[in-house]
Design a protein around this ligand. Structure first.
Ligand SMILES: N[C@@H](CCC(=O)N[C@@H](CS)C(=O)NCC(=O)O)C(=O)O
Length: 210
C-alpha cells in the first residue's frame, strides 16, 4: 500500500480542526499526525523546520509543508479541483472566493480577539476595521444564499464557517439568527460531521489536562 501524499499535523481542541474538516471535504486520503499540545511537539526543532511559527495546523503535501489555514485551504482546493471547493482562476466568483478566504484570518480572527479581549483600537487605522464592520460585511453574504458564493459551497465556507463556529461557541460573536442558520447548514454537511467525530475521538485520546 502506498502512503497518502497528504499528512495533517493536528491537535484536538485547536484550529487544526478547520484543516481536518477541509480534508474531509476534499475527499483525498490523508494521514493524521495527531498529538497532544501539552507534549510540546509543535515546539520541537523538526516541527519548527516545517512551520517556524510552531503552530498547528500544518499540512505536508508530499515533502512540501503548508501552514496557515488560508494557505492550506487555497492550496488544497486548487490542487484537487475535482472536489469543487474553489472556483477556477478565470471564474467570475474567483475574486470573491479569495476575498472570503483572506477575510477569515485577516479580518475575523483579529475582530474576534478584539471583542474577546476588549481591545480599544481605532477602526480606521487597524487593518481589520472593527467587529461591527466585519459583521456588516459577513451577515448579508450568508443571509439570502446558503453559502458565501451563492449556491456553490467552497473552501471559503470552511474558513469563514470555522471562525463563525469558534466565535459563536466562545461568545465572541453575537448569536444572530442569520449566523446560527449558517452554522446549522455547515454542521449538516457530512464532512463537517466526520471531522467532528475524529475531533471527539482524538479529544478522548488526549484529554485536556487540569
Ligand atoms: N494563523 C494560524 C493560527 C494557528 C493557531 O493559532 N494555532 C494554535 C492552536 S489553535 C497553536 O498552534 N498554538 C500553539 C502555540 O502557539 O504554541 C493559522 O491560520 O493556521
Amino acid at each position: 500500500m502506498t502512503s497518502p501524499a497528504l499528512t495533517l499535523y493536528y491537535a484536538p481542541r485547536t484550529r487544526s480542526r478547520t484543516a481536518l474538516w477541509l480534508l474531509e471535504e476534499l475527499g483525498q486520503p490523508y494521514a493524521l499526525e495527531s498529538f497532544d499540545m501539552a507534549s510540546g511537539r509543535h515546539r520541537q526543532p523538526d516541527f519548527l523546520a516545517l512551520n517556524p511559527m510552531g503552530k498547528v495546523p500544518l499540512v505536508m503535501d508530499g515533502a512540501v509543508p503548508v501552514s496557515e489555514l488560508g494557505a492550506i485551504a487555497i492550496h488544497l482546493a486548487d490542487r484537487f479541483p475535482q472536489a469543487g471547493l474553489a472556483p477556477a482562476i478565470d471564474h467570475p466568483h474567483r475574486p470573491a472566493y479569495l476575498r472570503w478566504c483572506f477575510f477569515a484570518s485577516a479580518i475575523m480572527e483579529p475582530c474576534l480577539a478584539e471583542r474577546f479581549f476588549k481591545w480599544q483600537v481605532p477602526d480606521s487605522t487597524v487593518a481589520w476595521g472593527s467587529y461591527d464592520r466585519m459583521m456588516a460585511a459577513l451577515q448579508p453574504a450568508v443571509a439570502d444564499s446558503p453559502w458565501l458564493l451563492g449556491d456553490a459551497f467552497s473552501a471559503a465556507d470552511v474558513l469563514v464557517g470555522a471562525a463563525v463556529d469558534f466565535g459563536l461557541t466562545f461568545g465572541a460573536i453575537e448569536k444572530t439568527p442569520t449566523l446560527l442558520a449558517y452554522q446549522a447548514r455547515l454542521a449538516a454537511r457530512p464532512a463537517y460531521q466526520r471531522a467532528d467525530a475524529i475531533e471527539a475521538r482524538e479529544s478522548t485520546r488526549f484529554p485536556r489536562n487540569g
